[in-house]
Ligand binder design. Structure first.
Ligand code: DOR
Ligand code: ZN
Length: 432
């Protein structure tokens, strides 16, 4: 939430929740003082503290999103850092990493520092910039990665497109390694995409829309895994959407390549069939795939092939989406549905324990980028999310705090809801 509207740092007592503490799950209270966790478990007392009744609720480490688009600088009509951070907090996130495809592109220290400054003004949710791999995202000249790291970039990525030239990608991996930076690959070969608007298959044929072959994604995943192995440099593959892509990463990991990957909530739920009706809110890169892909991604998440879940929150203005399918911008506004989609598909269905899901949404993504993970332990910064596991709610984009109302989940009923988000000991989101 924006500065001025949030509680000043005061003592907070979370009463009687199910606490996912570092040492294991326990029932009891959590006391926060001075922005840090003061005590966990048992019955705590604190006169004058802001008390949150949490009986029946999960009290978990703040969620971490390593892939989002906050659009500032340059596209503030879609989102700015303040509105993005408010939406992130509503989604339960206390740390978010924002991609470099702004205008100007985040390919130099001035832009990185600007983003960090705006984030500080927006409040205590941690915003960690991902800088570009190549200047202007043009796929040619590498950025000054050492300098970018020094001013706070936590990874490098040309997200939105892959680095087209394989030799340039090889050099990028080798250069990023010198500074301990992970390269995040957007796995789509734009030559193979060739104007495709949705997954190539039955539904693209039935709807008469040009399709994108899964090979566009899988060839880049294979290429980048090979290059990462060659250079022994850390690669993270963004938004894996196909069964074949996950299988390539499974094999690469087995062979010892220093590779990690994520998928996004929408690939775990929605499929290409949703493009019926030509709703441009179903348009996203990579595209929504088939039921078979979706099931394979869930398996890959379960067996550890897919390390974590990231939102790929990609807010767009109504004018970017309220046009014919071919002209619409790609992307889904994801912060405010991410947790509940995952809870519905993975936990409510009995496939994952709550602990397994929270790992994929907090500890594991932090580990992938080597950033501090929120931890429920005494002395840690109080980054905490409180979840109602029984709540059911219907997605209404007009209630989003994000400026981007673009979601294919409008009208869907989801299970599990974020009730409170606390960042640095400050309540940044207060649900009903
Ligand atoms: O659908 C997408 N939208 N995929 C991307 O990789 C980029 C994103 C955006 O920036 O809108
Ligand atoms: Zn991307």
């Amino acid at each position: 939430m924006m500065k001025g509207t949030i509680n000043p740092v005061s003592n907070i007592l979370i009463k009687g929740g199910r606490v996912l503490a570092s040492g294991g799950t326990t029932e009891g209270d959590v006391l926060i003082a001075g922005g840090r966790i003061e005590a966990i478990g048992g019955e705590q007392r604190a006169d004058g503290a802001d008390v949150i009744q949490a009986a029946g609720l999960w009290v978990v480490p703040g969620l971490v999103d390593i892939h989002c688009h906050l659009r500032e600088p340059g596209f503030e009509h879609k989102e700015d850092i303040a509105s993005g951070v408010a939406a992130a907090a509503k989604g339960g996130f206390t740390t978010v990493c924002c991609m470099a495809n702004t205008n100007p592109v985040n390919d130099n220290a001035v832009v990185t520092e600007f983003i960090k400054r705006r984030a500080e003004e927006a409040g205590p949710v941690r915003v960690l910039p991902v800088a570009a791999v190549t200047k202007g995202l043009m796929g040619e000249e590498l950025t000054e990665m050492g300098e970018l790291r020094e001013v706070g970039a936590v990874a490098v990525s040309d997200d939105g497109k892959s680095v087209r030239n394989a030799q340039r990608m090889r050099l990028a991996l080798s250069y990023a390694k010198c500074f301990g930076l992970v390269v995040i690959s957007h796995p789509e070969d734009e030559d193979l995409v060739d104007g495709g608007l949705m997954n190539e298959g039955y539904w693209s044929t039935a709807l008469g829309l040009p399709g994108t072959t899964r090979a566009a994604e899988e060839t880049i995943i294979a290429r980048d895994c090979m290059l990462a192995a060659l250079e022994n440099a850390r690669l993270h593959v963004a938004h894996v959407s196909t069964a074949g892509g996950a299988e390539i990463i499974r094999q690469a990991k087995r062979a010892g390549a220093p590779v990690t990957c994520e998928t996004a909530p929408h690939y775990l739920y929605a499929t290409d069939e949703w493009a019926q009706g030509y709703d441009a809110n179903t348009k996203v890169n990579p595209p929504l795939r088939t039921v078979g892909d979706r099931d394979a991604l869930i398996e890959a998440l379960k067996d550890g092939t897919i390390d974590c879940i990231a939102t790929d929150h990609a807010p767009h203005h109504l004018d970017d989406k309220n046009v014919e399918y071919a002209l619409a911008a790609s992307g889904i506004s994801g912060f405010e549905t991410a947790f509940s989609i995952c809870w519905t598909v993975l936990v409510k269905s009995g496939r994952f324990t709550p602990e397994q899901l929270f790992d994929k949404l907090s500890l594991s993504p932090a580990r992938v980028l080597g950033i501090d993970a929120p931890a429920l332990e005494v002395g840690s910064r109080a980054d905490i999310t409180i979840i109602d596991p029984e709540a059911e709610w219907t997605v209404d984009p007009s209630k989003f705090l994000s400026r981007g109302k673009n979601t294919p989940f409008a009208g869907r009923t989801l299970s599990g809801e974020v009730k409170r988000t606390i960042a640095g000991g400050v309540v940044v989101y207060r649900g009903e």
